[in-house]
Write a new protein. Structure first.
Length: 83
């Protein structure tokens, strides 16, 4: 079987094309098909039903401030955290 490379251009009615043109055509075909699939799924399947529950907690002002206890013998200083 001839794959088109052994006797390229010798078949009756053959239209020789470059391999880059063939590759571009196949790539564009894949991009168009993927784009159609993506667009259709976005248009018809873009809604979700995620249950949402509102949670109320303590106010930030009601919480005691966080304090850092200094540890002796370390290179870390709490002064580095002060604004």
């Amino acid at each position: 079987a001839d794959d088109g490379m052994i006797m390229a251009g010798t078949s009756v009615g053959a239209k020789p094309q470059s391999r880059i043109k063939e590759a571009i055509k196949y790539e564009l075909f894949v991009v168009v098909i993927f784009g159609l699939i993506f667009a259709l799924t976005y248009l018809f399947l873009n809604e979700t039903a995620i249950p949402v529950r509102e949670v109320t907690g303590p106010n930030f002002g009601d919480v005691a401030p966080y304090e850092i206890e200094p540890v002796e013998g370390t290179s870390f200083s709490t002064n580095q955290l002060m604004p």
